[in-house]
Design a protein around this ligand. Structure first.
Ligand SMILES: Cc1ncc(C[n+]2csc(CCOP(=O)(O)OP(=O)(O)O)c2C)c(N)n1
Length: 937
């Protein structure tokens, strides 16, 4: 019998319908019911020849069996090279569906459907072929893909075998040659540097040919840049063979010489271990580049960095408006560990970026280098998912599990991955299942914790040995050819080692510093006429655009902010928009991201307007006529570590663009501490990178409690040493304008990450507003002296140094007017410490009785502990240095508004009360007389 219109690929659907019909014949439409009723139950019919008619239940059983193999076949695949038994699934046996092999032989292959049906005589043969596809050394795991077109493509790709490499002898010998090169490299290092850590690839050797396949495949399709992120496992091998880092350089690093030119402590250069190093190299075919950024030991932390790099690499920003992203030009590949992938939250954060506008890469290919162990931890101890790759299922990423001892299956998986990416522009994951030949590192004894596994490993032939034997036995390659390859690669390495010249071969990537003073000399003023023209451009909305009523009023005010040059009409948000606009007019592209940045946490920015009638978006910075470069702004997902890692990657890949990330509140940057420590603040000292990312961190004590008050500047300042970063806590809109413009101007000439502690309630406070004049003249000032005090400099007895919002509290207090002998000096830039400007200011006050560092934060937080030794050195024996601020505390602030106000008042009182600190108090306040809350230490 045939299934007619219900056959082939519709079989699954027929089964479903038929099941429904069996339960309740009325539940299907009359036409279908008629067909089902015509199907003859087996027990009721027996032909004259005695051959049973085909039971409908058999048809349903066969179709269900085929479906089960497609869905669950991977559970029965032999994925472990060490031979552990797959868990299997009852639904993979005909019996589970109430049928036998003989039943299947009675049925047409079309019932099974797909390409296997074409080459099979009956359903039994088709099912056997399906088993070979789904239950051999590859486990296709794609039933979680909900888009029918994608699922059909994957099913056809798997079942047609169209991505299987051809088995031509020359190709097979080349493959053997490649895995020989991979293996011999490790064996040579093992022999030459016994016990030295190299995190050998052995057991996952096929990783290198998989990468070869993807890189050449992508290059043939027009990709110009492949970016690979990976941890320690197999990294040296990939660097040597995929990125072609010269053997001499790697061997020189193993020798670890201390060379005179390596010691660039004057530049803050510290270097890093060899298995964290990165490289960039042209693709052998000359079609582009392969890059592997350096990465820290923190597993998976590099994931968002690579994705950000890929996004930047594929983005064209050389025009006004929104940038254009063309994903096919860049291929990001992330290689994960099987314990790290499910264990580290940053993986989920990175996967979550994969389909978001502003973050997607047109598909990242993931490979889990799955050696079935963490450090010593087993899969049972490492993840709650069925496979190490389980997390990817929720992100709708197709998965192929593949046995790393089957080179042909591995290459098929590689081709499938990049073809899928090319076809759909989406992520793909290969779970490459192998083993680890040695311990976690080569000095480790794995049999302490995995005795049974390592009994197997010690007698398990390498993939090269197995493949060489197979080729010889099949007659593809003459006996002895495999051994000749081994010899060839040993000889090559021995020669490289014999001619090693560590002085020349070891090349630390040191970044030279910019000429001194370049930042302070940078011109950032913009003539008033130009500002007015740009502002008019920004205010021009598309024809018929309806603004929200409340925003309309704000725009009317904004249109007029530049009318009177001497009026303080420019608030923080206006200064920011004008800074961005003038930077774009200078031809520098901008990318601004963060949680809810489009509107701004405090409803201050409105960089994107939504038509009140239609919801259409209008982005003034993308539409004003003076722009010469693109502007993009994206509300980020609710992520810090992943989001900041992405922006860091974007920034280092395209350092000529101004990349700004804003925290919802400054303290949420805590969530990105790993990326800050491992990449942003230390990458110059470790790897010679020159990040210039900008962080906007709302900061200031306003009685909101321990959260939301502090951006934890102490942590940023702690990382500051030599040429590391800039930390700024500025007090006026004009300062912010000049600061952003200075950062843009320095992107090429003196790049450094910039952390700006930004205001909250002060965003709209007239005390921080500036005049148009202040934008049109001057530049960023690291230190702002007290203009009133300067006039009576001789009578000033105390200089209060402070930074940020607390200055406004001090300056606007009643006590200030009465305290004629106190000068309030703002330290707008905390790091690098503005020693020259501060010295100049302090020298202007000849009669000082003391200098005070005043801050809102507790004594063990804020800038005090960073400032203290620097100020002590600056002030020397002139007068005492004192601290006023909150007492030491484990929490950044008190939890009650009333208590906060009490403390703020006390601090201000004390600032202007010279007698509260008798002159005989020691200058070094390691034992201050009393701290703000009155406790003694
Ligand atoms: C964030 C982080 N936590 C802990 C470690 C310490 N560590 C280094 S390797 C390793 C095991 C990693 O296992 P897996 O992800 O399977 O990779 P493998 O080393 O087996 O290739 C651990 C726990 C680390 N490097 N990074």
């Amino acid at each position: 019998m045939t299934l007619g219109p219900f056959g082939g690929v519709n079989a699954g659907y027929v089964v479903e319908l038929y099941e429904r019909f069996r339960q309740n014949p009325e539940s299907v439409d009359p036409a279908t019911r008629e067909v089902f009723e015509s199907w003859i139950p087996a027990e009721a019919t027996e032909s004259a020849s005695g051959v049973r008619g085909v039971d409908v239940h058999v048809i349903v059983g066969a179709a269900n069996l085929a479906e089960s193999i497609r869905r669950y076949g991977h559970l029965a695949a032999q994925l472990d090279p060490l031979g552990s038994q797959p868990i299997g699934d009852p639904s993979l046996s005909p019996r589970a569906h109430g049928i036998s092999d003989d039943d299947l032989k009675q049925l047409p292959a079309t019932l099974v459907g797909g390409p296997v049906a074409e080459s099979s005589a009956n359903a039994f043969e088709a099912i056997e072929t399906l088993r070979r596809v789904y239950c051999s050394t590859t486990g296709f795991d794609y039933a979680h893909i909900f888009v029918p077109e994608e699922r059909a493509w994957l099913r056809h790709a798997a079942e047609s075998g169209r991505f299987l490499p051809s088995m031509d002898p020359a190709g097979m010998e080349m493959l053997l040659d490649r895995i020989t090169q991979v293996e011999v490299f490790e064996r040579f290092l093992h022999r030459t540097f016994p016990g030295k850590t190299r995190f050998s690839i052995e057991g996952l050797d096929m990783l290198v040919p998989i990468l070869d396949e993807m890189i050449s495949g992508a290059a043939n399709q027009g990709a110009r840049h492949t970016i690979i992120g990976m941890a320690h496992r197999g990294r040296l091998n990939v660097l040597a063979h995929v990125l072609e880092k010269p053997y001499a350089q790697i061997l020189a690093e193993f020798k670890d010489p201390v060379l005179a030119r390596q010691l660039r402590l004057d530049l803050g250069w510290m270097g890093d271990v060899k298995y964290h190093a990165g490289a960039s190299t042209p693709v052998p075919s000359g079609q582009g580049f392969i890059t592997m950024p350096p990465n820290p030991s923190h597993l998976e932390a590099v994931d968002p960095v690579v994705v950000g790099m890929a996004r930047a690499s594929g983005t064209d920003t050389d025009h006004p408006g929104a940038p254009l992203f063309e994903g096919t030009t860049t291929l990001p590949i992330l290689i994960h560990g099987d314990a790290a992938f499910p264990g580290q939250g940053i993986v989920a954060e990175t996967l979550n970026l994969s389909r978001l506008s502003g973050y997607d890469t047109s598909g990242t290919i993931h490979i889990i280098a799955n050696n079935q162990l963490g450090f010593t931890a087993t899969p049972d101890e490492s993840y709650s998912t069925s496979y190490a790759s389980g997390l990817a299922r929720g992100f709708k990423i197709p998965i192929v599990h593949v046995n790393a001892d089957d080179p042909i299956a591995c290459l098929e998986a590689a081709r499938l991955a990049w073809e899928y990416r090319a076809r759909f522009g989406l992520d793909f994951l290969i779970d490459l299942i192998g083993y680890r030949r040695f311990g976690h590192n080569e000095g480790d004894e794995p049999a302490f914790t995995q005795p049974m596994m390592y009994k197997k490993v010690s007698s398990h032939p390498t993939v090269r040995e197995q493949f060489a034997t197979m080729l010889t036995e099949k007659g593809t390659m003459p006996a002895g050819a495999g051994d000749a390859m081994v010899k060839k690669y040993f000889t090559e390495l021995e020669q490289a080692y014999a001619s090693l010249k560590p002085e020349e071969d070891f090349r630390p990537p040191v970044s030279e510093p910019a000429p001194a003073g370049i930042a302070s000399r940078t011109e950032t003023a913009v003539p008033l006429e130009q500002l007015r023209a740009i502002n008019a451009g920004l205010m021009k909305a598309p024809e018929g655009f309806t603004f929200h009523k409340k925003l309309e009023r704000g725009r009317e005010r904004r249109s007029a902010v530049l009318n009177d040059p001497a009026e303080p009409t420019i608030d923080w948000a206006a200064a920011e928009e004008l800074a961005f606009a003038t930077i774009l007019a200078d031809g520098i592209p901008i990318r601004l991201t963060g949680e809810d940045v489009e509107r701004g946490t405090f409803s201050q920015r409105h960089a994107v307007f939504h038509d009140a009638e239609t919801g259409h978006r209008f982005v003034p910075l993308q539409q004003f006529p003076q722009a010469r470069a693109s502007f993009e702004i994206h509300n980020s997902p609710l992520s810090e570590n992943g989001a900041v890692g992405f922006e860091f990657g974007y920034n280092i890949q395209e350092p000529g663009r101004l990349v700004v990330w804003e925290a919802q509140y400054g303290d949420f940057i805590n969530g990105a501490q790993v990326v800050l420590d491992q990449f942003v603040t230390s990458s110059r000292a470790k790897w010679g990178l020159q990040p210039s990312l900008v962080f906007l961190l709302p900061h200031g004590y306003e009685g909101q409690g321990p959260e939301h008050s502090s951006a934890r500047p102490e942590r940023l300042l702690q990382a500051s040493a030599g040429i590391t970063l800039r930390v700024v806590n500025c007090t006026t809109a004009a300062q912010y304008f000049h600061l952003l413009r200075r950062q843009a101007a320095l992107l090429r000439r003196d790049p450094l990450p910039l952390f700006v502690l930004t205001p909250k309630s002060l965003l709209r406070n007239p005390a921080t507003a500036s005049t148009p004049h202040e934008l049109a003249e001057g530049r960023f000032r690291s230190v702002i002296d007290d203009v009133d005090a300067v006039r009576r400099a001789n009578s000033i007895r105390r200089v209060v140094l402070c930074s940020g919002k607390v200055y406004v509290d001090l300056a606007s207090s009643d006590r200030r007017r009465a305290a004629g002998d106190v000068a309030l000096v703002r330290v707008e830039q905390l790091a690098p410490f503005p020693v020259v400007s501060l010295r100049e200011v302090l020298d202007g006050y000849p009669s000082l009785r003391d200098v005070v560092w005043l801050q809102e934060e507790p004594e063990n937080m804020g800038a005090w502990e960073f400032m203290r030794p620097l100020l002590e050195e600056l002030i020397a024996d002139r007068c005492p240095l004192r601290y006023i601020g909150r007492a030491r505390s484990a929490s950044p602030s008190e939890g009650s508004l009333a208590w906060h106000q009490l403390n703020q008042r006390a601090m201000i009182e004390r600032a202007f009360d010279l007698d509260s600190h008798p002159t005989e108090t020691p200058k070094v306040l390691s034992k201050p007389a009393r701290s703000l809350t009155g406790t003694k230490r």
